[in-house]
Design a protein around this ligand. Structure first.
Ligand code: DGP
Length: 113
C-alpha cells in the first residue's frame, strides 16, 4: 500500500484539498483538533523532520510558506494560528510522511498535552 500521504498526493486516496502547487499539497485533517485543521506536506516523500538535511532546505521553505498561505486561505491570519510538526514517538507522530499541522479557529492552549 505504501505511504498514506504519498497516496493522497497521487490522488489514490481522496482528501479535501486546500492548496496544491508543484512542491506541496495541503488538505483538511480527517480528525480535526480545532475548528480549522489542515496538513501541509511536501509532495516528495520525507519521513520526518528528523530525516531532513540541507538538501531539503528549499522544500522545507516551500512547505512553511504554503502553511502560511493555507492559514490565510482558512481565514486565520488575523485571529492567529499554530503550526506544529510532530516527530517520532514522544512527539506523537502517527503518519511517517513529514507534515505541518495548521491549527486555528479557537484559543489554543500551551503547553500542548
Ligand atoms: P501526526 O500525529 O502528527 O502524525 O498527524 C497525522 C494526522 O494525519 C492526524 O492528525 C490525522 C491525519 N490523518 C491520518 N490519516 C488521514 C487520512 O487518511 N486523511 C486525512 N485527511 N488526514 C489523515
Amino acid at each position: 500500500m505504501g505511504c498514506l500521504f504519498c497516496n493522497i498526493v497521487a490522488k489514490k486516496i481522496p482528501a479535501e484539498i486546500v492548496l496544491e502547487n508543484e512542491h506541496v499539497l495541503a488538505f483538511k485533517d480527517v480528525n480535526p483538533q480545532a475548528p480549522s485543521h489542515a496538513l501541509v506536506i511536501p509532495k516528495q516523500h520525507l519521513t520526518a523532520i528528523a530525516e531532513a538535511t540541507r538538501e531539503h532546505a528549499a522544500l522545507l521553505g516551500e512547505t512553511m510558506l504554503a502553511a502560511r498561505e493555507v492559514a490565510e486561505k482558512l481565514g486565520l491570519t488575523e485571529s492567529g494560528y499554530r503550526l506544529v510538526v510532530n516527530n517520532g514517538a514522544d512527539g506523537g507522530q502517527s503518519v511517517f510522511h513529514l507534515h505541518v499541522h495548521v491549527l486555528g479557529g479557537r484559543q489554543l492552549g500551551w503547553p500542548p498535552g
